[in-house]
Design a protein around this ligand. Structure first.
Ligand code: DMJ
Length: 461
């Protein structure tokens, strides 16, 4: 048994090793890198991981200041940080931790629980994490867990429109949360589609695709924009604010990546059709810089000039979609937001350059975009941005038990939470930015929680 597990981890190292075919088009030698910083990112990942193991093992999140733990759903842990961390541990080659953690997950994670969970959060962190870990290790138990989880989440999609309710009870299938948003409706296809291909159960792909298309079809007939609140039973918009930030953001990311991972042209066409109004109405040229603010979805009229840490995923998506010019310019703006206080706020008014929501949540998006831009442009400035941001993260957010959020980027007052995406995403993207040959960029598609998914199926599947 032990040898089998070790062989699986060896396969993982092989599966994600950089020297694979995708690099033929993008020679690693030309990519900017910084091996010493990559090692530092790995050390910090281990620091955060060891804090979780010491004070929160078996639970969802570490509270690094009080050295306690937090579970998302009462007394029913779902091992959120453990599952979210495996793909990062594998990419960094920390094989023994991959082996023991996946074994622990396989033996201890149960979804047979009477709790109402967020379909979106559980999909991106747990379904995505399990699928990615399965692809890395070959461990069939992880795929079977993912299958069981998706079966329990499926009732969420039983609305009249096909767009999912926000919450579903894992034991009873009871649903809740009739008012949802594009991010929660449209950020499911990569995980559900991959599960469909790997289990040969097309219902998973078809259900998530139907929800995605239904959402797209509800875009405003005049502007082509979506809002940030929609009733999944009636299809009526409950909040007409249109932007690229939280509650909408990863809907656009998944339209594009659905085409990248599955070769689904219809998704690609929906992405390209969506970018035209986003660039027409939401993009905002202010003082020579490019930002993306907030407008009314029906009129396109500007309602706010706010940008924030979540919006910073967009340069990466623009770059992946081929719009390198806007991608570069927006990343420059996002980095300005970062350097204003030496770490980025949740929200900034870019007209006055004031932080309107001053917290920092350990978010990865700006680092993810730096990594993607570094890949496509080979411009060393993105590694330099990474050097600055990594230094700031360590300086302001490190504690003796891990990493914590900040209450305010102005005062640098610490909060008490280590989000699982610090391990799943933020430190992974730093590592990859500094050591791009650790992963075959062209051979994987990251879900929105930075779990790499690999197309292992044929086109007829
Ligand atoms: C993560 O859970 C995902 O990246 C999601 O798309 C947005 N929020 C966090 C990170 O900020």
């Amino acid at each position: 048994m032990k040898n089998v597990a070790l062989a699986l981890v060896a396969a993982a190292t092989l599966a994600w090793a950089g020297a694979t075919s995708g690099l033929a088009q993008s020679p690693a030698s030309q990519r900017p890198s910084d091996p010493a910083l990559a090692e530092a990112a790995k050390r910090e990942l281990l620091h955060a991981w060891n804090g979780y193991k010491r004070y929160a093992w078996g639970h969802d999140d570490l509270l690094p200041m009080s050295k306690k733990w937090r579970d998302w759903y009462g007394t029913e842990p779902l091992l959120m940080t453990a599952v979210d961390s495996v793909s990062t541990l594998a990419i960094m080659g920390i094989d023994e931790e991959v082996r023991t953690t996946t074994d622990y997950i396989a033996k201890n994670l149960s979804f047979d629980k009477d709790i109402s969970v967020s379909n979106f959060e559980i999909t991106i962190r747990l379904l995505g994490g399990l699928l990615s870990a399965h692809q890395a290790t070959g461990d069939a138990r992880l795929l079977s867990k993912a299958d069981d989880l998706a079966t329990r989440l499926l009732p969420a999609f039983k609305s009249k429109t096909g767009m999912p309710y926000r919450f579903v009870n894992l034991k009873t299938g009871a649903v809740d949360g009739v008012v949802s948003n594009p991010a929660e409706i449209g950020t499911l296809i990569l995980e559900w589609g991959t599960l469909a291909k790997l289990t040969k159960k097309p219902v998973y792909f078809d259900t998530a695709k139907r929800a995605l298309v239904a959402l797209y079809q509800h875009r405003d007939t005049s502007t082509g924009l979506v809002g940030q609140g929609i009733n999944v039973e009636t299809g009526e918009w409950t909040n007409k604010a249109s932007h690229i930030g939280g509650a909408i953001d990863s809907y656009y990311e998944y339209l594009l990546k659905c085409e990248r991972l599955f070769g689904d042209r219809e998704c690609g066409e929906m992405y390209r059709a969506s970018m035209a109004p986003v660039n027409r109405y939401i993009a905002d040229e202010t003082g020579g810089s490019l930002w993306y603010g907030r407008v009314d979805m029906s009129t396109g009229a500007r309602t706010a000039t706010t940008f924030g840490s979540l919006h910073a995923f967009f340069p990466g998506v623009l770059a992946m979609g081929g719009d390198l010019d806007r991608a570069r310019r927006l990343q420059d703006s996002a980095f300005r937001m970062w350097t204003l206080h030496g770490i980025e706020p949740e929200a900034l008014d870019y007209r006055t350059m004031t932080a309107t929501r001053p917290a920092y949540q350990l978010r990865p998006e700006i680092v993810e975009s730096a990594y993607i831009l570094s890949h496509y442009t080979r411009d060393p400035k993105y590694v330099e941005m990474g050097r600055t941001m990594f230094g700031d993260l360590v300086k302001h957010c490190r504690t003796d038990a891990g990493y914590t959020v900040l209450q305010s980027v102005i005062t640098k007052e610490k909060g008490d939470l280590q989000h699982s995406f610090l391990l799943a995403e933020t430190l992974k993207y730093f590592y990859l930015l500094f050591k791009p040959d650790a992963l075959d960029f062209d051979g994987v598609t990251f879900n929105t929680e930075a779990h790499p998914l690999r197309r292992t199926w044929g086109s007829s599947n």
